[in-house]
Design a protein around this ligand. Structure first.
Ligand code: ZN
Length: 135
């Protein structure tokens, strides 16, 4: 199913940033560190989608660099696709650029890849697919 999986928002502090959403009656359901991306992530369900708050854990993290350059704000839009490899093949066949060539595995076992903003109307787009079910 296609849907907005989440909106990734770069923040200086998860502790500070989550307060805004909590005032709206929303809740952080998971908070975890993603070591290979050098970020701490807080997930806040909003209906069928989620807000993903991203805090850098290192100065050379992508999020740290984003904060230095642009300040806090919307970092990426994640679109849930039914078949990630198919989506990637289709986009590549049409000349799209990707941040990394390989599909990565996220914390919950889901698959993801980032499309370069130059191929997506100036927006960093993350494509996400559910964890492939165990055989
Ligand atoms: Zn994301």
């Amino acid at each position: 199913m296609h849907m907005i999986d989440h909106l990734g928002i770069a923040v200086k502090s998860l502790v500070q940033a989550r307060k805004f959403y909590e005032q709206l009656g929303l809740e952080v359901i998971t908070e975890e560190e993603v070591k290979h991306e050098k970020v701490k992530v807080a997930m806040i369900p909003v209906g069928e989608s989620r807000i993903e708050l991203l805090e850098a854990t290192s100065d050379d993290s992508v999020i740290a660099k984003f904060l230095q350059k642009r300040g806090e704000g919307l970092h990426h839009v994640a679109i849930h696709v039914p078949d990630l490899s198919h989506a990637v093949e289709t986009l590549k066949a049409n000349g799209a650029r990707f941040i990394t060539d390989e599909i990565k595995i996220g914390a919950g076992g889901h698959l993801y890849v980032f499309v370069h903003p130059s191929s997506a109307g100036g927006v960093l787009v993350e494509l996400v697919q559910d964890a492939p079910s165990a055989v």
